[in-house]
Design a protein around this ligand. Structure first.
Ligand SMILES: Nc1ncnc2c1ncn2[C@@H]1O[C@H](COP(=O)(O)OP(=O)(O)OP(=O)(O)O)[C@@H](O)[C@H]1O
Ligand SMILES: [Mg+2]
Length: 219
């Protein structure tokens, strides 16, 4: 039996992360693996409070550094209270967004230097790095259209659901490029998945990656 694995889902707005995270948890369950499904920002009582602040559409504008610090404050508690205890108990973790979101949102698209994020990563996350990161890739406008059609809108039909969704087109293009660069830089950990395909096709591709990389016993 493989030891507990830590899997993260990444990608732009509406790329299908939450959908695919749930489907993967279901599929693992069929294989007899009970994974804990969690998310960022959030995943522990304190971190969920920070989430409410970060995703409040009425939050006053604040810089990428204060944003990153809030995300990492939430992440520190999420790791301590939820992720590390579960992994130590042999339970798999599936996390909907994690550190790579900080790298890409506050780094590649937000303008923070990589060295700043590296320092936060060392301080907060190490040595608890994901074993596999699935990056859902699709043109940003397609993802935003999906998110806005989802029916959980704040401020009416077509309105952004959080402050990140509402940023301009170039921000979302930077996100996509940032994720693609990450996948290229860390191919052992990351896999770029074509998220334009139908849900079941994407799920099958993800399952193949999980089988190959985490269940085959080859590593
Ligand atoms: N492959 C797909 N094809 C078409 N629609 C999809 C696909 N995957 C998910 N959707 C739909 O797109 C919407 C966004 O999906 P989901 O909420 O899973 O994305 P997300 O990446 O978690 O979004 P967010 O960044 O807002 O959290 C949902 O209504 C979902 O049902
Ligand atoms: Mg989601």
């Amino acid at each position: 039996m493989a030891s507990a694995k830590f899997i993260t889902f990444e990608g732009g707005e509406g790329s299908g992360k939450s959908t695919q995270a749930r489907l993967l948890a279901d599929r693992l369950q069929v294989r007899g693996i009970e994974a804990l499904l969690t998310r960022e920002p959030g995943g522990s009582p304190f971190a969920e409070r920070v989430r409410a602040l970060l995703l409040d559409p009425a939050i006053p504008a604040h810089g990428a550094l204060s944003e990153a610090l809030l995300f990492y404050a939430a992440r520190a508690d999420h790791l301590d209270k939820t992720i590390r205890p579960a992994l130590a108990a042999g339970r798999w973790i599936i996390c909907d967004r994690f550190s790579d979101s900080s790298r890409v949102y506050q780094g590649a698209a937000g303008g923070l230097r990589a060295a700043t994020l590296d320092a936060l990563e060392r301080l907060v996350v190490l040595p608890t790095r994901p074993h596999l990161t699935l990056i859902l890739d699709l043109p940003p406008m397609q993802g935003l259209a999906r998110a806005r059609a989802r029916g959980t809108l704040v401020g009416g039909v077509g309105a952004p659901t959080d402050p990140f969704e509402g940023r301009d087109a170039s921000f979302h293009e930077h996100l996509r490029k940032g994720y693609a660069a990450l996948a290229k830089a860390e191919p052992q950990r990351c896999a770029l998945v074509d998220a334009t395909k139908p849900t079941d096709v994407v799920a099958a591709e993800i399952w193949a990656l999980v089988e190959q990389r985490l269940l085959s016993g080859a590593r």
